[in-house]
Design a protein around this ligand. Structure first.
Ligand SMILES: NC(=O)c1ccc[n+]([C@@H]2O[C@H](COP(=O)([O-])OP(=O)(O)OC[C@H]3O[C@@H](n4cnc5c(N)ncnc54)[C@H](O)[C@@H]3O)[C@@H](O)[C@H]2O)c1
Ligand SMILES: [Zn+2]
Length: 362
């Protein structure tokens, strides 16, 4: 008997997502006019955030809509399903609906966890992000990745959920301890290396003002860094392809971080990762030695490290197999053909291990 014809169709589903990004000193005042019409706002914040900023956020949000409740947490500890469950429960008992908004005030960790809760509570409600560290302002606040840690592994559980609004009040960066402030700058250097030679020159020439935390210089830097990241994310918002260039410096960077038992801060690990991957780019992707040196000089102009200790590098070689980007024996990693010209290269894990080991013993 002839088989019945199958009916097959495929559907292309396009998600309409818009993120508004507002950057500058005193930017949180926009919250007083941006949340009108919402069914209330639930505020979550990191306990490290200065009181003054938090009070301003509360007042502006309260002027715009009903404040449903608050939940606080601190640093990486919030990226835990236990904390997220507390947030879900608090949202439920506060009467939050799909028309409400979560206003998240904190560093990358708090934004990751609040974003995860926002994307899952009632299958998704809006998120307004107020980044308060340099890493969150330069990088983590946009792009829509949300995450919690599981079983001692970072970012194992997560979703994509773009914030409706990102409000970066750069004045808060003036208060950050120096070493915390440094961490976001490595991501800015990464963005410049991906964008163009001229941008790298621009970044290096502005390093003094940025390190003095001049408010205008910080506004320019954060505004550009976020808009560069968004220009990449717009092309590929779920990391199917091109977005992977944002992992520049992160293959070696993550391996160094994990080899250090996570005592090495992320930005410093990425700075060393960028420097080592620039050398690899010279060896296998056509980057000129002069341009690799330009990248290192820009890192140094911000006081970022470029030379990983040899013993850590040797240990990092052994940590490559744990990379989330590994598929079988290969890792697809971005390298530079030139400054401003990233390429995605498939590299054998074994070869990369030996290359790092030889560098560590040279
Ligand atoms: N979603 C993404 O695309 C993305 C990108 C990069 C990093 N991340 C994640 O971001 C996290 C790191 O972010 P982070 O570097 O902002 O760290 P963090 O959020 O852990 O904050 C660092 C410390 O600073 C404190 N803090 C926050 N704001 C402060 C302020 N204004 N003044 C003083 N102290 C303050 C916090 O209490 C914490 O102890 C990691 O969990 C990482 O996985 C996510
Ligand atoms: Zn990073």
């Amino acid at each position: 008997m002839a088989q019945a014809a199958l009916k097959a169709r495929s559907y292309r589903l396009v998600e309409e997502v818009e993120t508004e990004v507002i950057v500058g000193p005193g930017a949180v005042r926009v919250l007083s006019e941006k949340l009108g019409g919402r069914d209330g706002a639930f505020i979550v914040y990191d306990r490290g955030v200065p009181r003054q900023l938090l009070d301003a956020v509360k007042a502006y949000v309260g002027a715009s809509t009903r404040v449903l409740g608050y939940l606080a947490g601190r640093g990486e500890g919030v990226k835990d399903l236990g904390w997220v469950k507390r947030l879900w429960e608090a949202l439920l008992s506060s009467g939050a609906t799909r028309g409400s908004v979560i206003v998240a005030v904190g560093g990358g960790a708090l934004l990751d966890a609040a974003g995860f809760a926002a994307s899952t509570y009632m299958r998704g409600l809006d998120l307004a992000s107020i980044p308060t560290t340099s890493l969150a302002m330069m990088d983590a606040a946009v792009g829509g990745k949300t995450a919690v840690n599981l079983g001692g592994f970072k970012n194992v559980v997560g979703t994509y959920h773009h914030p409706r609004m990102v409000v970066a009040d750069v004045k808060v960066l003036r208060e950050l301890p120096h070493r915390v402030f440094l961490q976001g700058l490595a991501e800015a250097v990464k963005h410049a290396a991906l964008e163009s030679k001229a941008r790298l020159v621009w970044l290096e020439s502005g390093s003094r003002e940025v390190l003095e935390r001049d408010v205008e210089a910080l506004t320019r830097l954060v505004d550009w860094s976020l808009s560069f990241k968004m220009s990449v994310v717009e092309r590929d918002y779920r990391e199917g392809g091109w977005r992977r260039v944002l992992n520049l410096g992160h293959t070696v960077g993550h391996a160094l971080e994990s080899a250090s038992g996570f005592t090495l801060p992320h930005g410093e690990a990425v700075a060393m990762g960028l420097s080592v991957e620039a050398e690899l780019s010279v060896d296998i992707a056509g980057l000129s030695p002069g341009e690799a040196e330009d990248l290192r000089a820009t890192l140094r102009s911000y006081g970022l490290p470029t030379e990983p200790p040899k013993d850590l590098l040797a240990k990092a070689a052994g940590a490559l197999r744990a990379d989330k980007k590994r598929v079988g024996d290969k890792i697809v990693m971005p390298l530079l053909e030139a400054i401003g010209k990233p390429v995605l290269v498939e590299v054998g894990v074994g070869e990369l291990e030996s290359w790092l080991k030889s560098k560590a013993s040279s």
